[in-house]
Each structure stands twice: as C-alpha cells, then as structure tokens.
Design a protein around this ligand. Structure first.
Ligand code: GLC
Length: 450
C-alpha cells in the first residue's frame, strides 16, 4: 500500500515537471509587480511600429539583402545613397498621436545591420551617411515630446557584422547546406565577439536616451542541426538581465527564445495573423504586429494595402480579445511616411477621435454578455461600460441585444453621445437605431451597465 502511494506520488511529480520548469525565473519580480509595470502598455492598446533603414532605399522589402543574396559590397550602394532629406520625426509623432497610437517602436538596427543611432562600436551608422546625425535621438525626442511612450526594436540578427556566423537564413548561407560549407564560411567568425557587440550596443541604447519604455528584440530561430540561432547564441539570459538592470521598468517582447522561463518575456507577438486567430490569445498578454501592406520596410511596388475597414477590424478584434495592436509604417528613404500610410493614418485618426473610449483601457466582455449578431464587444471594467461595434449596420435600425434585459441602464452612440432608445422583449433588449448609419465605417454603441 505504502509502495503504491509512493509510486503514485512519483508519477504525480513527474507529470508536474514541465510546469515546474515553466516556473523557472531569471529575476525575482512578483506577479503583482509585473502587473503594475505592464499597466500603461495594456491600457494603451494601440502603437506604431516603424521599420526604417537602408532597405527603404532599395524599396523592395526589408529582407532584400537575404532575398537577393546580396553581400556587403553589393549592399554598400544603399549606404552611400542614404539621404533622408525630408526626415521630420515631429511629423511622424504627430501622425501617430493623432491616429490614437500611444507608443512607438523604431528599428534602431534591422537584420541588415545598419544602425540609425550613433554607436561607438560600428561605422555602419546614420552619422556616417548623408544624414550626418543620430536619427534615433531625434525620434526619441520627438515622440517623447508628444507624450508617446518610446520603444526600440533591435535585431538580434546581423547580416553585416563580420563576426556574426553564417546560418540558414544569412544572405551568404551555403547552397549545399553541408556542415563543411558552413564551417569553411565561419572559419574566421566569432559569435562571442558578436554577442559582446550586441551587449555594447544595447547598453548604449538603454543608457544614452533616457527612459526607454519597450525593447523589441527580433528574433530567434533555433535549429537542431546547429545552423539556426537561439538563446545560447544570443546569450539571452545574460542579455535580459542586462536589459532589466539598465531599464528596470522596460517591457520586453518574447523573441529571445526564453520560453522555459516564466519571466523570459513580457508579451507574445503574433505576427501578421488573421483576426480569426486572435481569439486564441485571450487571457494571455499579447500584441499583434501588422503591416499596412505586405512588407515592413518601404516597398514601392507592393500594392496589397489593407483597407480602412480591415485596419479597424484588426484594432477592434485585438481589444475585444484583450490584446494590443502595433501597426507598422515603413517610411521612404527620404524619411517620410508614404501617402498611402498617411491616408490610412488619417482615416484611423477620424475614427479614433470619436471612438477611442471603446479602445483604451478596454478588454473582452464578461462571458455573461452574448455577442449580438454582426458585432464585436469590448468592455471597460473600471467604468462599467460595454461597447458594441456595429460591423454590419442593422437594416431597419433594429439591433437585438440577446439576454441583456436588466443588465443595462443607458445606451448611446459613442461618437456623439446621442441617446439610443430601447425596449424589452422577454430576456432581450430591442435597440432602435436611426435608419441612417452614422458617418463611421464601424460605429460604436456604448452601454452603461447596471
Ligand atoms: C520578422 C521579420 C522582420 C520584421 C518583424 C516584425 O521577424 O524578420 O522583418 O521586422 O518580423 O515583427
């Protein structure tokens, strides 16, 4: 009997091993402390990603160096040409703010290795181009000046650095993919030196620009055959410790490959997923990153731009599933937002001006509220308001709120605070909306709950 009990205990311990590992910690922050640190970010819901670098000049995807297998010599022309004569970060910040975005994340260095900031550790940087200055500093000052939170994207990959070892996705990866070819190519490369380079640069970024609110490290691709990169290649645990030491309040994405640690990341980053997939992330802490068109860097000939409705759907669906949306702009090589991006931001700005109360500080509705047909819901716990996003405007203005009888005390359009009347119908409420839809792609009805 005792033996049986011991066996059972052993079995239970074995079964719980994975969750024991998931609790592994790098630091000592409590759940409550983390909650507090993440508060502004969760309440913000909407941010701007900015992908800007030498690839903006090639204007055919930020992975152009990889896609076309260009080496450093072949890529040099983009460095020589780089001349952002129209760069006006104040204008960027104004556009972001007016679109309702609360934070921004700029590529200080993307996979191509070019640095927009003045780093002591490389010559491959904006101050050595026609720009002749630290562009990151100007971004920081402008965005912070407009009251936006400031984030840095920093690429873990570096297709320019001489010590960054050639892996499966490096532009110079060997055609035959054999270990011998990799070994020959990497004979004089030393990842330990590259690791130190990253630490040095991240130290610069997190020391020389005041308080930095977010760091977005990108990305890990561990491979069994050794030709990928993950936590060991990055020295990720030590890197994260360094980041937290330099900027204790900072928020860090989840691409360091530290999944085995409970505090190895602050948020998940579903990239370019469909709105249907976002429901899976309910209950987690997450931010979906999305482009206006297919590419992150400016891509002149890419014409599949998302419509205003698609962008709104991304924002609303994110909030109605308890997550954030970071929407990307790829400025041109001259340093401007392309007119298509500006148009998209302008439309968002009109909508957000009238409806942002249904976005900020909001999350998914309690389960007790059924989602009315052709709508999505968001909910502000602090104010006790429920928001109904009218995806399809009801034809005769008749909106049924199923099972809502007794649950609400007032209903109005959010855009102009005009009352909408309703009557009870059994358990349901029948809302009588005007026959003509208000002038918003997706209008919002605000319900004050009992
Ligand atoms: C990917 C891409 C990259 C882009 C990023 C944004 O990892 O490599 O080009 O910066 O996603 O999420």
């Amino acid at each position: 009997m005792i033996i049986k009990k011991l066996q059972l205990l052993l079995l239970l311990m074995l079964l719980s091993l994975p969750s024991v590992f998931a609790q592994k910690m790098i630091g000592a922050e409590t759940d409550a402390q983390k909650e507090k640190r993440m508060e502004w970010w969760k309440d913000s819901r909407f941010g701007m990603f900015i992908h800007w670098g030498l690839y903006s000049g090639a204007a055919r995807h930020e992975w152009v160096k990889h896609n076309e297998k260009i080496d450093n010599a072949g890529y040099q022309k983009y460095f020589d040409q780089f001349n952002p004569d129209l760069f006006d970060p104040q204008k960027w910040a104004r556009e972001a703010k007016s679109a309702g975005m609360k934070y921004a994340v700029l590529t200080t260095k993307h996979h191509e290795g070019f640095c927009l900031f003045d780093s002591k550790y490389t010559d491959y940087k904006a101050p050595n181009t026609h720009a002749k200055r630290d562009l990151v500093r100007e971004y920081v000052n402008a965005f912070r000046g407009q009251g936006l939170k400031v984030g840095f994207y920093y690429s873990l990959l570096d297709w320019h650095h001489p010590d960054y070892t050639i892996d499966e996705i490096h532009p110079q990866s060997p055609k035959d993919k054999s270990d011998a070819s990799y070994a020959a190519l990497n004979k004089n490369r030393d990842m330990a030196k590259y690791r130190q380079y990253m630490r040095n640069q991240i130290t610069e970024l997190l020391t020389n620009y005041g308080k930095i609110d977010i760091i977005w490290l990108d990305f890990s691709f561990p491979r069994k055959d050794g030709h990928g990169k993950g936590k060991d290649e990055w020295g990720a645990v030590e890197l994260l410790k360094l980041i937290r030491k330099l900027q204790p309040g900072i928020i860090v994405d989840n691409r360091l490959n530290l999944e085995e640690y409970k505090d190895g990341a602050d948020f998940e980053t579903p990239e370019q997923v469909s709105t249907a997939e976002l429901a899976k992330y309910r209950g987690k802490t997450w931010e979906t990153c999305q482009t206006f068109s297919g590419s992150w860097g400016y891509y002149r000939d890419e014409h599949t731009w998302k419509t205003h409705r698609q962008l709104l759907d991304l924002l609303i669906t994110s909030v109605s599933n308890g997550g954030n949306l970071i929407l990307n702009v790829g400025p041109t090589a001259r340093g401007e937002f392309d007119y298509r991006a500006t148009n998209a931001l302008d439309s968002l700005s009109t909508w957000m001006h009238a409806n942002s109360t249904a976005i900020y500080n909001c999350t998914y509705a309690p389960d007790t509220f059924k989602i009315p047909a052709d709508t999505k819901l968001s909910y502000n716990k602090a104010t006790g308001r429920l928001y109904v996003f009218l995806y399809k405007y009801p034809e005769n203005g008749k909106l049924t709120l199923p099972g809502y009888n007794g649950k609400i005390k007032y209903a109005q359009f959010l855009n102009d605070h005009s009352e909408v009347l309703y009557k009870t119908d059994g358990d349901d409420l029948e809302v009588k909306l005007p026959a003509i839809k208000p002038g918003f792609e997706i209008p919002v009805v605000e319900l004050t709950l009992n």
